[in-house]
Design a protein around this ligand. Structure first.
Ligand code: ADP
Ligand code: ZN
Length: 291
C-alpha cells in the first residue's frame, strides 16, 4: 500500500494511490493540533491497511535534508503548537516498517506538475505559490533543490515598483517579495481581499511587477525551462499572461535558449498537485527510511 500526505497550514489531505501519482482514495480535513492531525491521518490509513511507502508534502520551514538532525521536523513555524514537531517520528511510531519520503509542499507540487501537469516532461521547473505566503519549489536536472535547508523564495528582496511606498507585511523583512505581494499584503495595501479585486484594478499591475521580478531572479539563478504560478492569488484572470509579458520585458532578450512558450503558466493539476506530488515522492526515496 502506498500513501500520500499533504500537510497544509489550513487543510490536510491523506490518500492512497500509486507511485506514479494515481490517487485511489483521498480525504481532506482541516489541520488541527499536530497530535490530533496525525491521529486522524494514521487512523484513516490504518482502516485501509499498512502502508509500505508514505510520501509527505508539508508546509515549512521544515527539515528536508536527509541525514540532518532536524530531518522530518517542523522548524520555526509561527503556526501554534507545530514548531519542533517531528512528522517522521509520528509516522514511524504508527507505521514502523514504512519508508518515508518528505518534501516541502512546493517541491512536491513542482514534481507533480513536471511529471503530470503543466510542465510535463521537463526536468527544470519552478513552481511558485502565492497565497497566505509566497514560496517556490525547484526541480533542477530532475532533482528537487534543498540547499542547507530549503529555498525561501518568498523572502527575496525585489526592486520596488516606482512610486510604491507600501511598507510591506513580512514580520521579518517588511518589504521582501512576500511582504509586498502575498494575499495578506494585497489586502493590507488595497483594503480588499485579492479575490475581490477586479481584473482591471491597478493591484494586478503591482502584483505582476513583483512576481515578474521574483521570477527574473529564479531565471537568473536556476534557469527553469518553465515557471508555474499557483496559489489562490494566481487565480486572478489574466495574471499569468501579465506576469509573463512583464518578465519578458525585463529579461530584455537575454535568457532565451531552451525556454518553453508560454513561459509563465498556471498549474494543470490545481488542488491535486500537492497530494499527487506526495504520492510521486514514494518513487524517489531521497531520505533515510526512518528517523
Ligand atoms: P493558503 O496559502 O492558505 O493555502 P490560498 O492559496 O487559498 O491560501 O490563497 C488565499 C489568497 O488567495 C487570499 O488572499 C484570497 O483573497 C486569494 N484568492 C482566492 N481566490 C482568488 C481569485 N479567484 N482571484 C484572486 N485572488 C484569489
Ligand atoms: Zn520576508
Amino acid at each position: 500500500m502506498i500513501a500520500g500526505i499533504e500537510l497544509g497550514g489550513t487543510k490536510t489531505v491523506v490518500a492512497t494511490g500509486t507511485a506514479d501519482g494515481q490517487v485511489m482514495e483521498e480525504w481532506r480535513f482541516p489541520t488541527a493540533s499536530p497530535d490530533e492531525t496525525f491521529a486522524q491521518i494514521t487512523g484513516w490509513l490504518r482502516e485501509r491497511g499498512t502502508p509500505g511507502d508514505i510520501g509527505i508534502a508539508a508546509f515549512g520551514p521544515l527539515g528536508v535534508v536527509p541525514g540532518r538532525a532536524n530531518h522530518g521536523q517542523l522548524l520555526a513555524t509561527p503556526k501554534p503548537g507545530w514548531a519542533g514537531f517531528s512528522i517522521t517520528r509520528a509516522l514511524a511510531a504508527a507505521f514502523p516498517s514504512a519508508r518515508l519520503t518528505l518534501e516541502t509542499d512546493v517541491n512536491a507540487a513542482a514534481l507533480a506538475e513536471a511529471r503530470l501537469g503543466a510542465a510535463r516532461g521537463l526536468d527544470d521547473v519552478a513552481y511558485i505559490t502565492i497565497g497566505t505566503g509566497i514560496g517556490a519549489g525547484i526541480l533542477s536536472g530532475g532533482h528537487l533543490i534543498h540547499g542547507a535547508l530549503h529555498p525561501e523564495f518568498g523572502h527575496l528582496k525585489v526592486p520596488r515598483m516606482p512610486g510604491d511606498s507600501f511598507a510591506g507585511v513580512c514580520p521579518f523583512h517588511a518589504d521582501c517579495l512576500e511582504g509586498l505581494a502575498c494575499g495578506p499584503a494585497m489586502a493590507a495595501r488595497w483594503g480588499a481581499q485579492a479575490a475581490d479585486l477586479p481584473a482591471d484594478h491597478p493591484a494586478w499591475n503591482t502584483e505582476a511587477w513583483y512576481l515578474a521580478h521574483g521570477s527574473l531572479s529564479l531565471l537568473g539563478i536556476v534557469s527553469p525551462a518553465r515557471i508555474i504560478i499557483g496559489g489562490g492569488v494566481s487565480q486572478a484572470s489574466g495574471f499569468h499572461e501579465k506576469t509573463g509579458a512583464l518578465l519578458e520585458e525585463i529579461a530584455a532578450g537575454y535568457f532565451t535558449p531552451l525556454r518553453q512558450t508560454p513561459y509563465v503558466v498556471a498549474p494543470a493539476l490545481g488542488q491535486q498537485a500537492g497530494i499527487i506530488g506526495a504520492l510521486l515522492l514514494t518513487d524517489r526515496h531521497t531520505g533515510p527510511s526512518n528517523p
